[in-house]
Design a protein around this ligand. Sequence first.
Ligand code: LLP
Length: 463
Amino acid sequence: MHSTASSPAPEWLVVPDDANDLVPSVWPVSARRADDGELFIGGVSAGDLAREYGTPLQVLDEAEVRRRAAGLRGAFDAAAAAHGTTARIYYAGKALLNTSIVRWVREEGLNVDVCTGGELEVALAAGADAANLGFHGNNKSAAELERAVEVGVGTIIIDSTIEIQRLAEIVVRTGAQQRVMLRVNSGVHAETHDFLATAHEDQKFGFPLTEAPAAVARIRETPGLVFTGLHCHIGSQIFGVAGFRESAARVLDLHQQLLAGGDIPQLNLGGGFGIAYTRVDDPVPITELADGIVAAVAEECARRGISVPALAFEPGRAIIGNAGVTLYEVGTTKDVALGVGTRCYVSVDGGMSDNARPALYGAQYSARIASRTSAADPVLVRVVGKHCESGDIVVDHEHLPGDVAPGDLLAVAATGAYCAPLSSNYNHVPRPPIVAVRDGASRVIVRGESMRDLLARDAGITQ
Ligand code: LLP
């Protein structure tokens, strides 16, 4: 990501022929420009959305969520059937969770994965069948586990020896039968493209492969705990099959070894399927990914002479990411002369409080003027928020028409995953509402915060 000698733009950033274009891999399928240039999502215009709900606004295209959920389910169903097994898709609720989304993905035939007591309550409030939930987390409290067992959560993914003890105490006391998986750490780090295992994994999740047999033995000898298989999640924003294959191979060695102690019906390979945030991201089509991963698992099983277990996957971002678009209003613009070239800073009315990912991870996004198109030549911009912090970046590098100006509506694509869940009230900025659009209609699915909400927790305010 280095700038060239003649421009402050990074090398990967392409100057678009048309700085109004909507790159199909990045935007929801429904995104289009009307004749006058205005952006429509789910058949609703950006202007109407901004007038009705204000900005910033998190827009969620319901049809896109359903299309992606159904696409993943169909692709993995077909791939699994071709290899004589089945595949369940759990929507990873951490990416974005509210009762509407839970209902949409359930209606598309997905299960849901939660990772805290709070996420569990959202799924239950949506009417999800607890038997179709998976419950993750490296530090589930005794109270969270008790609640999960009481409501009948389908699978608890165990992350530590202490959790085995906590859960054993609950099932022995209540007489419950609880299905559990064991999260293991295969040593594969998909993000770094470095598949070399280190002897000791220096991170908090799961059991090292070497310690898993003892943990599984403890689970198996606990009446009330039903061991159903191994779980491994290798990371996020993964493009391609290689990391999944390598991880599956290592986990299947363990799986094969554990078969000596009894049947193991399942294998969960986690989530992490990558999406396009900018035009240079090139995710593998989901059918290709599903075919590739399931074929790799089947080959690794055949090599070991074992049958292919029922598979499970937990994508979050691949379902919700590109269905989200954030609308902002431009407040100020400022040309900053650099050693080489100029960068136009475009300030919008939100920022790191509604999208912390650029500040946290250096994440890249794409933006377009939403209220109009423009024939002005593209200029290099950095879209920034209104927070008192220079790292308050919304879109680090983008080209927008050079006449971008205060009052323009700006749309940032692919904000569906890990934006609202990581949002904050930094600088006492209220969180925006989440509005679902579909077939030309819009509705609030999570209401925005008001100033009253912000002041409500301050014990020094008496009225
Ligand atoms: N399963 C497990 C056990 C996970 O830990 C995660 C993500 C997923 C599934 C879903 O991963 P996905 O398909 O959405 O990539 N806040 C970060 C991402 C953190 C991911 C945490 N775990 C970000 O904004 O990029």
